[in-house]
Ligand binder design. Structure first.
Ligand code: GTP
Length: 231
């Protein structure tokens, strides 16, 4: 049984939660499942209770995947821009659910769409976080050819394995792995650029299965779930 929330000191003071668009569709083939979004919002609200600052990067693959469109002939940059618009739709859905769960939320976009959400301004995002608002970041980096994916998010992952768990039944999950070990092993579970950036900035990454109820809260509290990637 887990301890009551007020007795557990969160180990992280600021976290960035990466939600793939696919995470919002639940069992559907496409789009947004409101129950799933509500469930995620409730967990974020619980994880935030107290002093943890939470930013969320949301993807758009549940609505549109630029890469898939490019493979069927569309101009890659155009496809990526459409994908960025999809992330904005997800961001607004998340904001709505978060505010219904009692979390003041600001959506900030890397592409100007001022009538819909705020522009991303780093110092302003920091102020929002300091004031206890959840900041939902949409439109990725604002540039085509860059994915928001850190992990292989097309299928559910609950951590980093030493082999592909779908192909190799003997694959074992790491509970911890070093940045350099992960990069050297050329495991495909994570985006190498994202891991290098995290390493340079000494930011730990936790890869976990967020479809399990309570896991977002556990990860934010530093409980040992999934795989912790660190120094
Ligand atoms: P403080 O300055 O700390 O009070 O932050 P605040 O976000 O509460 O105040 P602000 O007056 O900046 O924003 C009020 C509301 O307008 C919030 O819901 C913002 O998300 C929203 N808002 C602010 N700037 C923009 C913008 O450029 N576009 C859109 N669509 N909404 C905005």
């Amino acid at each position: 049984m887990s301890e009551p929330a007020e007795l557990v000191a969160p180990v992280y003071s600021r976290v960035l939660l990466k939600l793939s668009g696919e995470a919002l569709m639940g069992d559907r083939q496409y789009g947004i499942d409101p129950d799933v979004v509500r469930g995620i919002a409730n967990q974020v609200a619980e994880a935030r209770a107290g002093t943890v600052q939470i930013a969320v990067v949301v993807g758009g693959g549940n609505i549109f995947r630029g890469l898939a469109a490019a493979s069927s002939g569309m101009d890659r940059a155009t496809g990526d821009y459409m994908g960025m618009l999809a992330t904005a739709m997800n961001g607004l859905a998340l904001q709505d659910a978060l505010e219904q769960a009692g979390c003041p939320t600001r959506v900030m976009s890397a592409i100007g769409m001022n009538e819909i959400c705020e522009p991303y301004i780093r110092r302003r995002a920091m102020r929002h976080l300091e004031k206890g608002r959840v900041v939902v970041l949409v439109a990725g980096t604002g540039n085509p050819y860059f994915t928001t994916d850190t992990a292989a998010t097309l299928r559910a992952v609950d951590g980093v394995y030493d082999a592909d768990p779908e192909k190799d039944p003997k694959a074992r999950r790491f509970t911890r792995i070093g940045y350099t070990e992960l990069l050297a092993s050329r495991l495909e579970a994570l985006d190498a650029t994202a891991v290098s950036l995290a390493m340079d900035n000494e930011m730990p990454i936790v890869v976990f299965d967020m479809t399990q109820p309570g896991n977002i809260v556990r990860a934010v509290r530093g409980e040992p779930i999934g795989t912790l990637i660190g120094a």
